[in-house]
Design a protein around this ligand. Structure first.
Ligand code: CUA
Length: 342
């Protein structure tokens, strides 16, 4: 049994890694934007240079082992190569030092060039987003000079392909780190500070981001999906997000809204267009339009949503959302209402 587990577990891990790789939604080696391309180029250069050094060191080591003085049962070892100084060994060491210094300078220059390229992204007509880290979810505010065009969402970013995005990073509690490897490197969200990250997606697709700084119990379940879409699709999405939640039409959905407003839900969540406007938890105005719940840790399906509402600790131990015990009828009504929040 133990042998089976020992064999099966790494196999499953490899298969799941291969699956993620095939989808390439969280992969620094498959850049989907210019910033990630710059970082990818630097990585390829570093990997190439370090591979050359590794092969050279290994070759020297094998050569040294091959020519090391050996003795037989009756013969003493020939140690002349150790005792008699060899000029070519001195030359070899000298050249190794020179080459290592040149190699390090090549990496240093490439690093500075990459930093300059990252800072040189043209930012005209940029989309501005405030991203606020919470234990353990992402608050996303799309800002705009016109207040009526601002809106708030959570745990999912939508960005237009080909247009720069300036994300202002803040934290509500501890240090988090934004990392969407297909689009850019890592940047910290530090309490009391504001950091900026500029990126641009050049290929449409869905890319997975992950908090990359240990921030407490559920750090590993603090993910975010970034959807890069053609500008017209993005505008349509943003316009839909600016709308308040639709008024429930059916009896069941109206009962669901009442349940929402009369239980603990309303103390933490906002739904624009209703009296719920708390900011402790994610804004749920367009919850049904999202692909995941619980910061990327569960698919947004009716079953998962029900389990999440009734006992969030089971899906995400340590989460700050309290359990909401509801009668089956109330739960069904609430789910029916939440599903209207497209
Ligand atoms: Cu947030 Cu780790």
């Amino acid at each position: 049994m133990r042998v089976a587990v020992t064999l099966v577990t790494p196999t499953l891990a490899l298969l799941s890694a291969a699956n993620v790789r095939a989808q390439s939604i969280q992969d620094a080696l498959r850049p989907a934007g210019i910033q990630a391309s710059h970082i990818g180029d630097l990585w390829n250069l570093t990997l190439g240079l370090c591979t050359l050094v590794f092969i050279a060191v290994l070759a020297m080591f094998l050569w040294a082992v091959w020519r090391a003085p050996r003795s037989g049962a009756a013969t003493p070892p020939d140690t002349s190569s150790i005792t008699v100084p060899e000029r070519r060994i001195h030359r070899g060491v000298l050249w190794s030092v020179v080459l290592a210094t040149v190699g390090l300078f090549v990496l240093l220059i490439a690093d500075v060039r990459t930093s300059r390229a990252l800072a040189g992204l043209p930012l005209s007509d940029a989309v501005h987003i405030d991203l606020i880290g919470h234990q353990w979810w992402w608050e996303v505010r799309y800002t705009d000079p016109q207040p009526s065009r601002m809106f708030t969402t959570a745990n999912e970013l939508h960005i237009p392909v080909g247009r720069p995005v300036i994300i202002s990073l803040q934290s509500n509690d501890v240090i988090h780190t934004l990392w969407v490897p297909n689009l850019h490197g890592k940047k910290d969200l530090i309490p009391g500070r504001t950091a900026l990250i500029q990126l641009r997606a050049d290929r449409p697709g869905a890319y997975r981001g992950q908090c990359a700084e240990f921030c407490g119990l559920e750090h590993a379940l603090m993910a975010m999906l970034v959807t890069a879409q053609p500008p017209n699709e993005y505008e349509a999405w943003a316009e839909a997000q600016r709308q308040p939640a639709p008024q429930p039409s059916g009896q069941l959905e109206m009962r669901g809204l009442q349940v929402f407003q009369s239980t603990t839900c309303v103390m933490c969540h906002a739904i624009q267009g209703t009296s719920a406007n708390a900011r402790t938890g994610p804004d749920l105005t367009h919850l049904a339009s999202r692909q995941t719940i619980a910061a990327g840790s569960l698919p947004n399906t009716r079953g998962h949503l029900a389990a999440w509402i009734l006992d969030p600790q089971k899906s995400k131990p340590g989460v700050n959302m309290p359990a909401t015990p509801l009668s089956p009828a109330d739960l069904q009504a609430l789910l029916a209402y939440l599903e209207t929040l497209k």
